[in-house]
Write a protein that binds this ligand. Sequence first.
Ligand code: ADP
Ligand code: GLC
Length: 473
Amino acid sequence: MNVLHLSAECYPVAKTGGLGDVVGALPKYQVGLGVNAMVIMPYYDRKFVAEHTFKIVHQGSGKLGYRSFDYQILKEDSGVLGFDLYLVKIPDLLDRPEIYSYPDETEQFTAFQLAVLEWLVNSNIKVDVFQCHDHHTGLIAYLIQNSANYKTLAKTPVVFTIHNGQYQGWMSWEKFHYLPGVDPSTGGLLEWNNCINPLAAAIKCCTKYTTVSPSYLDELSINSNGLEFLFELEGKKGIGILNGIDIDVWNPKTDEMLDTNYTPTTVKSGKAKNKAVLCEQFGLAIEKPLVVFIGRLVLEKGADKLTELIKEIMLRNQDEVSFLVLGSGEKQIENDLKELQSYLKNYNCYIGYDEQLSHQIYGGADFILMPSRVEPCGLNQLYALKYGTIPIVRSTGGLKDSVIDFENQGGYGIRFEDVSVLQMVYAVQRAIELYKDTKKVAQLRKLMMGLDFSWTKSANEYVALYKSLILKS
Ligand code: ADP
Ligand code: GLC
């Protein structure tokens, strides 16, 4: 079975968050199950590309409205990722260093999808299932079913995975002419609230859609940035499959980015050594419980509440806790967090993106805070569990599906209900109390590290889904 994953990110080629982690891992686990899983993504001018050899496997041209473009399909030569990786290179459009944030993002991702389809109809690569990730690949299902140019692909099932329903790739109707060979009467399939909405189009046209946790599937019809009604209508096509973690990358026993490796048996001393390195680097007191936040500094993650929470907790429990933040995002939140550095003791932050530092933090922290408003799955808490770091999470989406409060049967984390500073303060205070009970902490660490959130189970669920679709098509 040939499955082609289409994505804007794939670790370690290019990553800004969990989408990259998932697309860098899931195909590898699928290959392990006997599926020929391949990934195709835009070409970015980044370290991975510079350090690896690629072969041009196809060249062609396409049209984005009135603009013609030439494209190349490059294939990674060594197979180092555990699956075939293809890149789409388009001069002046898909050959830049950043993944997102260019003003012509619509043109970038539309041209990416068109080039993939042009390649497939003009080569002998066979695809049994398209596995599309997020709105950047949301037009594929519509195009294969409605464009005269891609008729030969019309029957191929499309599984569309929603990692983040907040971003939908909205395009104005003036750009409809970017889509070749389509009849304007099919425009209703693209439409949502007076614009072309690639996420909505994907939900309407895909064979099945999946969400990255079962709870998020339920939440979409209540909270999905304007698409609630659509999710209610199309709900029968939805399946929730919880993400896993790639234990080749995220394993404290073998993680080369950690100062000290450790196992469930050596977790106490291993974490203490990693914590000492962190505390030294960031000027934090080693004897206090270390609470950390890692992630995008945006509203979705509840990051706007961090400054207030940290001030409040330092006021109430000044000498009892240390705080460390690693993240980047909205400038206001970044500035507020930086400002705190000038007058708070036992607090520090690193504003920016640093993969190695994130590993060291999972390894050295005692608690990780995730006050997310929306969390389709969340990988941080899964990494934290594997590294024996107790998650403090708001009960939403994948956080709800993967963290049980330690006061409940079989529990190991700390949960709270609302994105309110008071509830967060109370949750951190519970962490401070828990930390004093060293026996309990040791017991929870062992329990968490023994949980199995690896990809094996979820990769199987995807494969079973693909098989059922191929049988029907
Ligand atoms: P999302 O995809 O919504 O950002 P996830 O929890 O699924 O959230 O995944 C976030 C991923 O990005 C994790 O691998 C996390 O460690 C990583 N990450 C987020 N921010 C940073 C950062 N500033 N530096 C390094 N890694 C980061
Ligand atoms: C998204 C979500 C996050 C999820 C990740 C990987 O970025 O915000 O919750 O873990 O995708 O699926």
